[in-house]
Design a protein around this ligand. Structure first.
Ligand code: NDP
Length: 607
């Protein structure tokens, strides 16, 4: 976010905003949170680290099956939205021989794992639930709950017959390319050595839960778990709440991000005593959930969902469109900008570029968010601690109507750590602000490893031609053509947010990628090609494009308080290369659509 220009000062004064004072405060709050160890302050949960936290509570017993050494045409690693949407596209194209592999026990990805009480999505359901038209269903409410989204995932899998060949509860450990046979070998924790002509890695962004790497973490004698592995056998209740098992328990939760915002109200209602350990408050806007009227969708023409997705993605990217099909808290950004432009004109201020008002619009919005805290939270000290001081998109904005009121409950205490965080875990509880808080149960709402470079973040090695590993190839930052392919790794497709068009509405992004990859696989099939590889020249050209567009993003994030958005404050050109295409998602989707329309498959070598 840029700075408020001097000419807007009279308008800022009239709105009660002092941009310089606010910016100074934002920077002070950011500096207080910057840590030299950056991402090193966390430890991710995986086979080698705190493995017990990874246990799947939905799994009754360890599933066993004989190791597989057979061959399939396309192995899809990851059965979340990426795998599902690609599977649907491939089935539509009549492509068979698909196998889905996932460590989860079903389709669903994050929606398989995130069963915590209150789990829901605050991107509206008509654009978040993909393939509504194909499935002939409509969501009942504006925002879908976790169980509803998971059910939708299952519906997609059933409709497109994707359950036919699945390897669930299966953790891929390595994949390696064999040049002679032109096949990939996929090794797993089941001892599998499956072979596949094509491999698609759609491992998700939020698939690796992480913990704050606190001293004493393993010494805690109470019950503890990560929010992505919610233990209802201990808490009682369901995703809808009713955590009766906590009625005689003192519970602590570390973290106040989007996940905590949704489960804290249920913890507050269920626990004897709840301590919420906060390092940085989230911005909490109103949710405004409501029933949808089917009549509003009755007469829309074919393709309405895609159109609605594009309209949303354009608006949240700051496009000043008249038409706002979603009309929610996300799409209010351009509305707020337009309102400010009108106000500026009333002050005789000429605005040539609408984005000039964006920094002031952000400050106005954040002032509203802080005023909302004062209006809801009765204790002034608690209210003060719950106020966020940063540009709104430095952290994931949250929308919730019950989170702030939870702090008015007598059994709920906000432990604000003033940016320091919890210091350590003891056998009996945690230490924060130099004081020990005894706990029966400690819940880590500390998020996911979404910041590590892709090749490191996925939990298995990828070995391409000549033993080259993806991690080595991408040591100086990712290198792709349009985000999905990389030279020396034939027949490998990646579905991630790296060097691609990142929409805030993930299913939109994933749907575009799925269509693109399915197009390429279909074209290869039509030509009888057994091997597809990105050329070095195409890769180099795309990386140059990524570097060019990355500069402004890097600068914007530098001002931000640390989060996984800016690699915990470790902003560098290298990290930008590991991120999305800086020209914006819709521009990217047009680039790949134009590429498809050309039909020449430029940049690919098919043999
Ligand atoms: P986040 O990474 O957003 O939050 C982690 C939290 O842990 C932060 O509040 C962080 O504080 C805190 N933390 C880390 N270390 C410490 C410490 N030592 N002491 C105290 N606090 C600490 O993870 P979430 O699971 O909340 O959300 C991840 C993402 O998942 C979201 O950004 C969103 O994209 C998605 N999501 C979407 C939802 C929706 O649609 N509504 C719901 C839930 C998740 P600090 O901020 O200071 O780093």
């Amino acid at each position: 976010m840029g700075l408020v220009t001097d000419k807007l000062k009279p308008l800022a004064d009239a709105l009660g905003i002092d941009p310089q004072t606010l910016r100074d405060r934002y920077r002070t709050e950011r500096d207080r949170r910057l840590r030299p160890e950056g991402l090193g302050q966390f430890v991710r949960i995986d086979r080698d680290h705190h493995h017990r936290f990874e246990h799947d509570p939905a799994l009754a017993g360890a599933p066993s099956r004989a190791p597989l050494t057979d061959q399939v045409e396309i192995a899809i690693i990851g059965a979340g939205f990426g795998g599902l949407l690609l599977g649907a596209e491939l089935r539509k194209a009549g492509i068979d021989g698909l196998r889905f592999i996932d460590r989860a026990g079903d389709f669903g990805g994050v929606w398989y794992w995130n069963r915590y009480p209150g789990a829901a999505c605050d991107t509206e359901a008509p654009i978040y639930l993909p393939l509504l038209e194909e499935l002939g269903v409509l969501p009942k409410r504006k925002y879908a709950t976790g169980p509803e989204i998971h059910a939708h995932c299952r519906l997609i899998a059933e409709k497109f017959d994707l359950y036919r060949d699945t390897c669930f509860h299966t953790d891929v450990t390595d994949i390696s390319w064999d040049e002679a046979s032109g096949l990939w070998t996929i090794s797993t924790d089941h001892g599998d050595a499956m072979r596949a002509r094509f491999v698609v890695v759609s491992a998700g962004v939020m698939d690796r839960p992480k913990l704050a790497d606190l001293p004493g973490l393993e010494t805690f004698r109470g019950h503890s778990f990560h929010t992505s592995r919610w233990d209802y056998s201990y808490t009682g209740g369901t995703s809808a709440g009713g955590l009766t098992g906590l009625s005689d328990k003192v519970v602590g939760i570390i973290g106040t991000g989007a996940t905590a915002v949704q489960c804290v109200p249920h913890l507050g209602a269920g626990a004897k005593q709840l301590y919420v350990f906060q390092r940085t408050p989230s911005s909490i806007d109103r949710r405004d959930d409501r029933e949808l009227d089917p009549a509003d969708f009755a007469n829309l023409g074919a393709g309405w969902q895609q159109q609605r997705m594009e309209n949303f993605t354009a608006l949240v990217g700051g496009a000043l469109l008249e038409e706002d099909l979603v009309a929610d808290g996300w799409t209010s950004i351009p509305r707020n900008m337009m309102r400010l432009m009108d106000q500026a004109r009333a002050f005789g201020i000429e605005i040539a570029n609408p984005y000039e008002v964006a920094p002031l619009a952000d400050m106005v919005k954040m002032a509203e968010i802080r005023a909302r805290v004062d209006a809801v939270v009765t204790d002034p000290a608690t209210a003060a601690a719950l106020k966020p001081w940063y540009d709104r998109f430095c952290k994931r904005p949250c929308f919730h109507d019950d989170y702030l009121p939870t702090f008015n409950r007598p059994n709920v205490t906000l432990v604000d750590t003033h940016g320091e965080g919890v210091e350590r875990v003891t056998a009996g509880g945690v230490i924060a602000n130099g004081r020990e808080y005894p706990l029966d149960c400690l819940i880590y709402s500390t998020g996911y490893d979404a910041s590590s470079p892709f090749a490191k973040r996925i939990s298995f090695g990828i070995e391409g031609r000549g033993g080259l590993t993806l991690q080595d190839k991408w040591a100086e930052g990712a290198r792709t053509f349009h985000g999905y392919g990389t030279h020396d790794f034939p027949n490998l497709f990646i579905m991630a947010h790296v060097q691609t068009g990142l929409s805030l509405n993930f299913p939109h992004m994933i749907g575009e990628q799925a269509r693109h990859i399915a197009h390429i696989l279909n074209a290869a099939r039509a030509q009888g090609a057994q091997r597809i590889e990105v050329t070095q020249a195409a890769e180099d050209a795309w990386v140059a494009e990524i570097d060019k567009a990355a500069v402004s993003m890097v600068e914007a994030l530098r001002e931000c308080t640390p989060s996984y958005f800016n690699h915990e404050g470790n902003v560098s050109r290298l990290n930008a290369r590991n991120s999305a295409y800086g020209g914006g998602p819709l521009a990217f989707y047009k680039i790949i659509a134009d590429w498809r329309a050309k039909g020449s498959l430029t940049g690919l070598e098919l043999t």
